[in-house]
Design a protein around this ligand. Sequence first.
Ligand code: EPZ
Length: 431
Amino acid sequence: MEQYVIKGGTSLKGEVSISGAKNAALGILAGAIMTDEVVTVENLPDVRDTQVLLQAMQGIGAIVERVDKNTVRICGKSIHSVSVDDEYIRKIRASYYLLGSLLGKYGKAEVALPGGCEIGSRPIDQHIKGFKALGANVNIGYGMIKAEADNCLKGNHIYLDMVSVGATINIMLAAVMAVGNTIIENAAKEPHIVDVANFLNSMGANIKGAGTDVIRIKGVDRLHGTTYAIVPDQIEAGTFMFAAAATKGDVVIKNVIPKHLEALSAKLVEIGCEVEEYDDAVRVKATGRLKHTQVKTLPYPGFPTDMQPQMAVLLSVAEGVSIVTESIFENRFRYVDELSRMGATVKVEGNIAVIEGVERLSGAKVNAPDLRAGAALVIAGLVADGFTVVDDIKYIQRGYEDFEIKLRGLGAVIEKVTSESEVQKFKLKVS
Ligand code: EPZ
């Protein structure tokens, strides 16, 4: 079992380059098979989630050629099955984007039902509502979702009951080659929604309004090949911004779109950090002790739920009492018990965490309960006195490319290890 071992107390300094957005990449890779021509995807984050989705695509016959670490060439012409093997779904939920892309291209698709996960039950009723509105029959049985259109899919006016990133992307994928026009009301507006829409438009789709809560799609007969570079990862960037703040560092985070980070930058300034914005970079500096605040997670452009654990770690060593409200997922405070073992004072009541800042955290052995909470516990280890071992880092590797390498580049004392003896060797080396 791979672990991170961290010696806390170093302020992060220097520059770090952000990779492509995982949550854009998953919709884009699924959409790439909607043409029989070659699609080249650049700035692809080399993380477990994209690796597994590419395997699932190869599993149904797509040709996937790895040009380099962050570039793949995909051709969907040789797809021989519209049934996605459930072992991939169990590994990553977002394989369900293949439902939308296969249904959109072939008029039918069969994908294993994604399980719940660490942060909540995560139903997909809105995805199914969209597919049915486009004329597909959707049946669930034996752990599989089967969607099939008797004839071709027809555009429709779809009202999402709640803002859903996944449903917005999945319905876009299914609708781009439907006959007629589709309108998605109450659509999600995240940067990765806009990126998937831009990608599909570069293949010849006709999507307008992505980034607003009304997306209008004119169905086209076919899509063609393209070369497309994925947008920088807003959440990876935010994670490094918060790591810089937590360690009282001075870091330039490069290859970002500052506008996507506004909710994060605003909060950092509010609690006492200096944030400078450049064309494609932000600089985060923190010197004194940070101040308490209140934060509530909201759909974009609100404060992102994927940055909630990282914010809580920052506030756990800030001065005063802070309130963190999680309004998107029902079970996203599972890291609190681990953080408390490092000396944090956090009380969770329902979807609210009350955090009383402490002077310092102390290193401990902790487990990463999910992707973003794992990253947050690494930040806690960077801040804590002494040594921290973060276990179950497979979750972190799902969404962060070369995480420990990038942190070491900023001066962090961190290594990936696979055994207790390696932990001891690390401790001797850095003591
Ligand atoms: C995407 O998940 C992201 N994952 C999540 O990032 C992110 O936290 C989330 O959007 C919100 O921004 C990917 O893009 C692969 P939702 P998704 O549909 O699409 C409920 C990470 O760390 N809902 O916007 O599953 C749902 O339960 C991951 O990178 C329904 O009830 O999120 C949740 O409470 C974690 N029915 C809320 O809506 C549905 O059909 C928002 O979920 C769909 C969603």
